[in-house]
Ligand binder design. Structure first.
Ligand SMILES: [Fe+2]
Length: 145
């Protein structure tokens, strides 16, 4: 069970990191497609933010404590922190790569949940994977020349 809890902590940190970067880019993106980019990122960060609480509460359901500090999130996440203001296409390309990292973390946790016969958690993780696959499609389509 510890392996599953540890995998979920990575999912939580990755979800928070993707949320934060999408919100950061929502604030700072520029270019001739500003209105579309700004609006798209609004939808993305809000959707991802909406999952953060549910992931943390699944950790509590497994009787473990949920991490919730920048220090712990930075230790746990597989997503690189962004300090610069990249170009619009670079921002969306970075988000696509980061979104894939979230899918990878979710998939790892999903497999462990299946092995542990945690059906509800497994179902939740499947739904998150499906939603992030949809984010991948949209980010890929925007970045495509
Ligand atoms: Fe806004």
């Amino acid at each position: 069970m510890k392996e599953l809890v540890d995998a979920l902590k990575v999912v939580l940190a990755d979800t928070f990191a993707l949320y934060l970067k999408a919100h950061y880019f929502h604030w700072n993106i520029e270019g001739s497609n500003f209105v579309q980019y700004h609006g798209f990122l609004d939808g993305l960060y809000n959707e991802v933010w909406g999952a953060v609480d549910a992931v943390a509460e699944h950790i509590r359901t497994l009787d473990a404590y949920a991490p919730g500090s920048f220090t712990r999130f930075k230790e746990l996440t597989t997503i690189t922190d962004e300090l610069a203001i990249p170009s619009a296409i670079a921002m969306l390309t970075k988000l696509e790569a980061d979104n894939q990292k979230v899918i990878d973390s979710l998939t790892k946790a999903y497999k462990l949940a299946e092995s542990a016969n945690k059906c509800g958690l497994s179902n939740f993780l499947q739904d998150r994977i499906d939603t992030h696959e949809k984010h991948s499609w949209m980010l890929r389509s925007i970045v495509k020349a």
